[in-house]
Design a protein around this ligand. Structure first.
Ligand code: ARG
Length: 392
């Protein structure tokens, strides 16, 4: 029996893949897998109901906690951001792919399938994981160059119960770290997006007139508490999505350079990500040296590139994480942010590892002999002076 495991979302692309894998590719046992990384529960429920109608076996895997602890937390430690995007979809794909492979191992399948097109990044992220196994890889939407119109028609013929909204013709990908809204009308860079694309955040224009302060506690670079209350990893992120969303925090409207080189207009919402990344970067400034901060900036950038591309098995990715983890040994303390009409601004921070010294920095301090700076000042800009002399 030819078995294939399909990474299933419940949407049009992955739904039409099921009969196509049977008819065009000759698989006789299709296993659909939904990996729960924090999609809305209603989406998961309808995906499961649909899968049970069309596939031979369906499996749902709750990977929310693993997603936060093994993928989101390393990203926070690395101040992860690709061109300003907090990378929710990007870091979830490798985890989903890993779960698909685990199912294939257990079920004795021959192939792994995804429903990505040939234009985006997701195909690359899935396949970076899939192709490091011995399974065949099948990508029907890309290989058969399926169009949306063809898929809608085909779904109707195959009695796949799917409602495609023509009123809201954009694609949403959601997990607990970010919600991506792209495609359709929104692709046009000069089009100002309608307010209705957002569901996690209120418009900053309509956010409360009263600011709210949140104090985030970090332990070794990882967030562990909010307002002096301890939280589990998953509930902390969920809580901050709600609090930040109420103040319109965490919206991004950007032009993104996809891995293949396409420029794409993207919209995202990510309240918790904005709060945690802002607080974390602020705390690092208090506890790391100038040299560490300068060097880590390059490391963070390299981490972000690899994370965006889904290359988490690249040895460099592990090397960078080893460096980052070493720096996080001192990233313990608290940062307070003020949330107000779309902004999250640090207003206070403290740590027992702070490199700030009141005695030394203070203007009234007598601990430093200011005369000592005289020699330093004399040599500061020395080469520029030599240059000026040569040129005059
Ligand atoms: N542009 C983002 C990324 O590459 C979001 C992709 C969203 N994916 C989707 N199938 N809607 O990570």
């Amino acid at each position: 029996m030819k078995k294939v495991v399909l990474a299933y979302s419940g949407g049009l692309d992955t739904s039409v893949c099921v009969p196509i894998l049977r008819e065009r590719y000759g698989y006789d046992y299709i296993i659909t897998v939904v990996v729960d990384v924090g999609q809305p529960e209603s989406d998961i429920d309808s995906a499961v109901a649909r899968a049970q109608m069309i596939s031979d076996k369906h499996i749902t895997i709750d990977a929310k906690e693993e997603f936060v602890e093994e993928y989101v937390f390393p990203l926070i430690k690395a101040n992860g951001s690709y061109e300003g995007y907090v990378m929710g979809t990007a870091i979830a794909r490798p985890l989903i792919a890993k779960k698909i492979v685990e199912v294939a191992d257990k079920e004795g399948a021959q192939a792994l399938a995804h429903g990505c097109t040939g234009k985006g990044n997701d195909q690359l992220r899935f396949e970076a994981v899939f192709r490091s196994t011995c399974y065949d890889v099948v990508a029907p939407v890309r290989e058969l160059e399926l169009t949306r119109e063809w898929e809608i028609d085909y779904a109707a013929k195959k009695d796949i119960p799917i409602t495609v909204s023509t009123k809201k013709p954009w694609s949403v990908d959601e997990n607990l770290w970010s919600r991506s809204i792209e495609g359709g009308l929104l692709e046009e860079p000069s089009y100002a997006v309608p307010e209705e694309i957002y569901t996690w955040t209120v418009s900053p224009l309509k956010a409360p007139d009263e600011p709210e302060t949140v104090e985030i506690e970090f332990d070794h670079g990882v967030p562990v508490g909010v307002n002096a209350k301890r939280f589990g990893s998953l509930s902390l992120v969920e809580h901050l999505n709600v609090v930040g969303g109420q103040h319109g925090v965490g919206r991004t409207d950007m032009i993104e350079d996809r891995v293949l080189g396409l420029k794409a207009r993207e919209n995202y919402e990510h309240p918790a990500a904005t709060i945690l990344l802002t607080a974390h970067a602020d705390l690092e400034k208090l506890v790391l040296t100038r040299a560490e901060l300068q060097f880590k900036k390059m490391v963070d950038e390299a981490f972000s590139e690899l994370a965006y591309m889904g290359l988490m098995d690249e040895p460099l990715y592990l090397d960078l994480n080893a460096f980052i983890d070493k720096t996080q040994e001192r990233v313990t303390g608290t940062v307070s942010l003020r949330l107000y009409k779309g902004s999250a601004v640090p207003i206070a921070r403290s740590s027992s590892y702070a490199l700030y010294s009141k005695e030394l920095a203070s203007f009234d301090s007598t601990m430093l002999n200011q005369k000592d700076a005289e020699g330093f000042a004399m040599y500061h800009g020395f080469q520029a002076r030599l240059y000026k002399k040569v040129m005059s």
